[in-house]
Design a binder for this molecule. Structure first.
Ligand SMILES: Cc1ncc(C[n+]2csc(CCOP(=O)(O)OP(=O)(O)O)c2C)c(N)n1
Ligand SMILES: [Mg+2]
Length: 279
């Protein structure tokens, strides 16, 4: 347990660094999605840097764990994780969102090593995850399939069709993580489409439901460990998060879903995060 604590501290420091790198990346690109990237920083970092069985030297390794970034607009946080894990060189970041770049605005499985599934249109990733988890079952492989969902995204009906299939097929190596930041593009979830008791909904569809603080690496890690224990049904971890986490003026504000960062906001964000803000 002592070793695990050291890992958590290291990961927390890495998350701090990646928030700075994210603001730098999006400031220089003058495009991209800060809010939903910051809310899933701990989730993606824990998975890529600690939990997932993956090999940057062999991105297509058949027995690897898979991750589907169903809320594909959080691609910048995925790319930073792929850089830190060694899948892609850091220099590629300067080409983020450029035509023909390997780092498109949304993940592309054909361009970027380490990306398991293309995404962008919301509502599709859980179905892709069902397919991957079914394939593992059919082939007697035991890899895990993680699907990161947005809380606006789960208003899509296709998510619930996939949820139905996953429990019917007993996909207990399918682990959905909901980035529950309570905000979507145009407002809060409650303003746009209240989802009520999300846990009760997943339970009604035959899923096991876990709750945790999505910025607390220890809690997240414990939830993932419990989810991996399987038991014949898929698991969803409802991770409570804050959209824009770490940058005070972005926190909980839908305006920062996808706005470009101007120089004064860049300086303010860097001052708060402890970055040098040298542009
Ligand atoms: C099918 C589809 N409809 C609309 C969009 C445009 N869109 C991109 S992100 C977003 C809001 C998503 O909100 P949420 O799932 O809560 O994401 P997060 O808060 O984690 O950024 C919308 C409507 C899209 N990408 N796909
Ligand atoms: Mg949201």
């Amino acid at each position: 347990m002592a070793d695990k604590k050291i890992d958590i501290q290291k990961l927390a420091a890495l998350c701090g660094r990646m928030r700075i790198e994210l603001i730098d990346l999006l400031f220089h690109a003058q495009t991209g999605h800060p809010g939903g990237s910051l809310s899933c920083c701990e989730i993606l970092t824990l998975l890529y840097q600690d939990v997932m069985h993956i090999d940057p030297a062999n991105p297509q390794m058949p027995g690897r764990d898979r991750l589907i970034l169903s809320k594909g607009h959080a691609a910048p946080m995925l790319y930073l994780n792929l850089v830190h894990k060694g899948f892609i060189p850091a220099e590629e970041l300067k080409n983020f969102r450029q035509i023909d770049s390997m780092l498109q605005g949304h993940p592309c499985q054909h361009k970027t090593p380490g990306v398991d599934a293309s995404a962008g249109p919301l509502g599709l990733g859980l179905s892709v995850g069902c397919g991957m988890a079914s394939a593992a079952k059919m082939r007697n492989q035991d890899y895990f399939v993680y699907v990161l969902l947005g809380d606006g995204e789960i208003q899509e009906g296709s998510v619930w069709e996939a949820a139905m299939s996953a429990s019917k097929l007993k996909l207990d190596h399918l682990i959905a993580i909901l980035d529950h930041n309570h905000v979507q593009l145009d407002g809060t979830n409650d303003e746009i489409m209240p989802m009520g008791d999300i846990g009760a909904k997943f339970r009604a569809f035959g899923w096991r439901v876990l709750h945790c603080d999505g910025h607390n690496l220890q809690e997240l890690s414990e939830s993932i460990r419990q989810a991996q224990a399987g038991g014949g049904s898929p698991t969803v971890i409802i991770a409570e998060t804050v959209k824009g986490k770490g940058v005070s003026f972005m926190e909980g504000k839908n305006i920062w879903h996808g706005s470009p960062i101007d120089p004064s906001h860049y300086q303010q964000a860097m001052a708060e995060l402890g970055g040098n803000g040298n542009g």
